[in-house]
Design a protein around this ligand. Structure first.
Ligand SMILES: Cc1cc2nc3c(=O)[nH]c(=O)nc-3n(C[C@H](O)[C@H](O)[C@H](O)COP(=O)(O)O)c2cc1C
Length: 151
């Protein structure tokens, strides 16, 4: 199964989480990791499993690195029925109500195009002692991708 990991980051934390997820999944799957900034939405393929790794900035906004991807989804409104994706979001509870909105915003945009979110929506909290790479690796280990794809 091809697994396409897309990260959206401001300062690089989401990229290191994406790398941990890739390391965990690469034993069993054909995994690639892409910065959302460089990813052409025409390359979204409903046969692939997608993992979205996205932080939160501003006031519950997307990080700069996710904006081109989000804008392209809005502008081109691709038909994504059948596309399956899971989300590992990053944020900080110190920001209150906007906690982890970045990953949620991308999920909402993909769902609006017909895609289906599967698995547990992970939300890392930078205010805790939980190390993001560790949490990302543990989360990835719980993803039963063949089961999530066929459910
Ligand atoms: C200026 C600034 C604004 C932020 N705004 C939010 C926010 O609104 N909600 C939230 O949950 N986290 C917010 N965060 C926390 C980041 O999402 C968190 O530190 C994350 O791990 C950063 O990941 P990145 O390095 O991949 O961008 C903010 C961080 C900074 C520095």
């Amino acid at each position: 199964m091809r697994v396409v990991i897309l990260f959206g980051t401001e300062m690089g934390t989401a990229e290191s989480a994406a790398d941990s997820i890739a390391a965990e999944l690469s034993g069993a799957h054909d995994v690639s990791v892409h910065d959302m900034t460089d990813f052409d939405i025409e390359d979204l393929d409903v046969r692939d499993f997608h993992v979205i790794v996205c932080s939160t900035y501003g006031d519950g906004d997307l990080p700069t690195g996710a904006e081109p991807f989000a804008d392209a989804l809005d502008r081109h409104a691709p038909e994504l029925t059948g596309l399956r994706f899971a989300v590992f979001g990053l944020g900080d509870t110190v920001y209150g109500d906007t906690f982890n909105r970045g990953g949620e915003i991308i999920a909402e945009k993909l769902i609006a195009r017909g895609a289906t979110q599967v698995g547990e929506h992970a939300r890392h909290d930078a205010s805790t002692e939980v190390r993001v790479k560790h949490m990302a690796q543990q989360w990835a280990a719980t993803l039963d991708i063949p089961a999530l794809v066929s459910a």
